[in-house]
Design a protein around this ligand. Structure first.
Ligand code: NAP
Length: 278
């Protein structure tokens, strides 16, 4: 793709950033649609984040994705936040609208797409993990009015804080369950791993009781590398429906693309780019 004077640039910022999949996915989409745009990854040290974000409104940058460790740090420099970004206190997408900077969190949308075809309102769900991704999952499940939601997390306090804010916002009665007591839940309709357990480079795996999983279960692992974790292999062997993190990754990126360009993103092309890269 030739970069010319007219080329609009989109950027993902993080620290470190080398591992990001976003350039592969967005550049493939720009090329496929013949757009005069390019996407790059920029490593920004935490001390410089305010300077970078403040300067954005004076540029012709197409849009910005934000990843670890800047997702919360960018918020004080933005003019507006979407509902999701406000609740999660985390922004992964910035739109430059004239001189206005608007922050979004597209992880919620990305996860909602993973639930397509499931009658969430009549499902029970178990969320394992209450970090950034776990919060987005919990928000999406509550937004879709999940029948019953249980959350477990290594650090109990973190899960309990999340539960309190969800109960306040959605007027729900979500329950904390210690990891060691999961077995008592019996069969669950939707189980989500929102921890890095099972991820390439992490030695520990997610080990949960097989009594939680049945033929009616949908097991979702937000980990996408490897594409099939031990958790998903076990769920598959119990004839559950399984889904890895690629769909969420692609749809959260696709939603950013749409926010910046107003153009319907080529989802399959973006997914193909990610799968090839992995
Ligand atoms: P995060 O904010 O750092 O949260 C990590 C979560 O995992 C916390 O709940 C943490 O528990 C738990 N955890 C970490 N190590 C653990 C261990 N050894 N044993 C038990 N629990 C452990 O990270 P994140 O952004 O939420 O990401 C979590 C996972 O989701 C990562 O694998 C990431 O790659 C994946 N992800 C995927 C997508 C996608 O689009 N597919 C998007 C975002 C994230 P504590 O609270 O006790 O620390």
């Amino acid at each position: 793709m030739e970069i010319k004077g007219s080329t609009r640039i989109a950027i993902v910022i993080g620290h470190p950033i080398k591992h990001s999949m976003s350039p592969v996915m967005h550049n493939r989409a720009f090329r496929y649609l013949g757009m005069d745009c390019s996407y790059i990854a920029l490593d920004i040290q935490p001390e410089g984040i305010g300077h970078f974000i403040k300067g954005l409104r004076y540029t012709n940058i197409l849009g910005v994705n934000v990843t670890i460790p800047h997702k919360s740090a960018v918020i004080p420099y933005l003019d507006e936040l979407s509902e999701e970004a406000k609740f999660l206190k985390a922004v992964n997408t910035i739109k430059i609208n004239g001189y206005k900077l608007i922050g979004y969190n597209t992880d919620v949308y990305g996860f909602e797409k993973c639930l397509e075809g499931i009658d969430v309102a009549s499902s029970s769900a178990l969320l394992i993990g209450a970090g950034g991704a776990g919060k987005a999952v919990a928000y999406a499940l509550c937004k879709l009015n999940v029948e019953r939601l249980f959350i477990t997390n290594r650090t109990e306090e973190r899960a309990k804080d999340l539960i309190k804010s969800l109960n306040d916002l959605f007027r729900r009665d979500i329950n904390f369950i210690p990891f060691g007591k999961l077995e008592s839940l019996g069969m669950i309709d939707i189980i989500v791993n929102a921890t890095p357990l099972g991820m390439e480079g992490i030695k520990e795996e997610l080990n949960i009781s097989s009594s939680l999983i049945g033929k009616e279960t949908t097991a979702i692992d937000l980990v996408y590398n490897p594409p099939k974790t031990k958790f998903l292999k076990m769920a598959e062997s119990l004839r559950a429906r399984t889904l890895n993190g690629i769909k969420m990754l692609v749809y959260q990126g696709a939603e950013s693309f749409k926010i910046w360009t107003g153009i319907e993103p080529p989802i399959e092309i973006m997914e193909e780019a990610i799968k090839e890269y992995l």
